[in-house]
Design a protein around this ligand. Structure first.
Ligand code: PMP
Length: 440
């Protein structure tokens, strides 16, 4: 066991999205992980109810993925991605292209979800320009959308605290209404019944700005970070139809929903709605090595391919785009998903998961429960004047009792590794139930 660090050792690391002073007064340190469990610095086993940050879909420490990373580091540690290539990058792009529905068959590699989002927005803008429609410069996001923390992502995103400290953000961005209708849809299982008509909010923005000025709409098909909000039945289909009518590109941010989370490979497949661009990250490498990927439809890629053959078509990229370690980690991860049939497993476990989620109905503080595939949101009634406090207390108590959850506002979010067993599901929900009975 490692010695606990002194508070001075903790000072230099400015932790992301963390109450630093609070954390450093009582740190929660993880020192190991295997399968469904984290090991804490004080030697406890904590069941991972959140797949890290919605990313470790294959569980922790899978030897096949570990070996792929080790082997790659020894063989080719780095290769420039500009004007040079390495075979694993092309292999991975081909694998992803075959996994994606429809003609989403070109892949641009990034290192994170935020980079995937900024890349997708830039591709959308440059596409219209390449296509002779340079007037399409406006981007549309949605309230309660989370699209990472780049300037593009926080501009189209709809979380107040992610936006308000950082100046005026991108110009020419507007937002549709969110789709959360607690009064009509509370305690829905899967997709809620009410709210398809909220997609018509895009027509309002088209009427306001002119459809010919709008480049793209970006939404999470299921909003994760703002509380696990399922799309109402018919909503995504309607959004697709409105985009088609006005020549607007539809971007699905599948950073959370990609790679099996909802019980199919991608949400676009799950819901049967074809986006023009899909952003991914997280589950692509099961969280082992940072990597993201943006998949685009054929006509988008083709629009860039008309100039002289020697010209660079898209002025965009990262030093670590298609990093060899990330590519090999992703290839091994995709093998694990396929060989262990983890997306199928996610679908098979979903009914048991759903029952477990809804077994919390009637417990103290619970005002809504939402689920799909292997994801869930447990919404608690906020303490008046002290938003987020109750859920955070639940998070702390669950952690003490050996279950890692995540909170966003007054919502406890769960998204376990897809290798989860029924006994783990029982343990997670029994612990949460106990905790809900004991917190104020
Ligand atoms: N988009 C969505 C939908 C996300 O959930 C996230 C991360 N939670 C991001 C983008 C940003 O990803 P990253 O933190 O890897 O930049």
């Amino acid at each position: 066991m490692l010695d606990a660090p002194s508070p001075n050792d903790l000072a230099p690391f400015w932790m992301p999205f963390t109450a630093n002073r609070q954390f450093k007064s009582a740190p929660r340190m993880l020192t190991g992980a295997k399968g469904m469990h984290y090991t804490t610095q004080d030697g406890r086993q904590v069941i991972d109810g959140t797949a890290g940050l919605w990313c470790c879909n294959a569980g922790h420490g899978d030897p096949r993925i570990v070996k792929a990373i080790q082997d790659q580091a020894a063989e080719l540690d780095y290769a420039p991605a500009f004007q040079m290539g390495h075979p694993k990058a092309f292999e991975l792009a081909s694998r992803l292209a075959t996994m994606m529905p429809g003609d989403l068959d070109h892949v641009f590699f990034t290192n994170s979800g935020s980079e995937s989002v900024d890349t997708a927005l830039k591709i959308a803008l440059a596409y219209h320009r390449a296509n002779g429609e340079a007037s399409r410069t406006r981007l549309i996001g949605r309230e309660r959308g989370y699209h990472g923390v780049g300037f593009g992502g926080i501009s189209v995103g709809g979380i107040v605290n992610n936006r308000r400290f950082f100046g005026s953000l991108l110009a020419g961005v507007d937002h549709m209404r969110h789709t959360h209708l607690p009064e009509q849809n509370a305690f829905s299982r899967g997709q809620p019944e009410h709210g398809a008509e909220l997609a018509d909010d895009l027509e309002r923005l088209v009427a306001l700005h002119g459809g010919e000025t709008i480049a793209a709409v970006i939404v999470e098909p299921m909003a994760g970070s703002t509380g696990v909000l399922m799309p109402p039945k018919g909503y995504l289909e309607r959004l697709r139809a409105i985009c088609d009518k006005h020549g607007i590109l539809l971007i699905f941010d599948e950073v959370i929903t990609g790679f099996g989370r909802l019980g199919s490979s991608f949400a676009c497949e799950h819901f049967g709605v074809q986006p023009d661009i899909v952003t991914t990250a997280k589950g692509l490498t099961s969280g082992t090595v940072p990597m993201g990927a943006v998949m685009v439809r054929k006509h988008i890629y083709d629009a860039f391919m008309h100039g002289p053959e020697t010209a660079i078509e898209l002025f965009h990229g990262y030093t670590y785009s298609a990093h060899p370690l990330a590519c090999n980690a992703a290839l091994a991860t995709l093998d694990v998903y396929r060989d262990d049939q983890l997306f199928e497993r996610s679908a098979e476990m979903a009914p048991y998961w759903e029952e477990a989620v809804h077994s919390l109905k009637g417990l103290p503080h619970v005002i809504d429960l939402r689920n799909m595939g292997l994801i869930a949101g447990i919404e608690l009634e906020p303490i008046p004047g002290q938003p987020t406090k109750r859920a955070f207390e639940a998070f702390l108590k669950c952690y003490e009792k050996g279950v890692m959850t995540r909170t966003t506002g007054d919502i406890i979010a769960l998204s376990p590794p897809l290798i989860i067993e029924k006994s783990h599901i029982d343990q997670i929900f029994e612990t949460i139930a106990d905790v809900l009975k004991t917190i104020d």
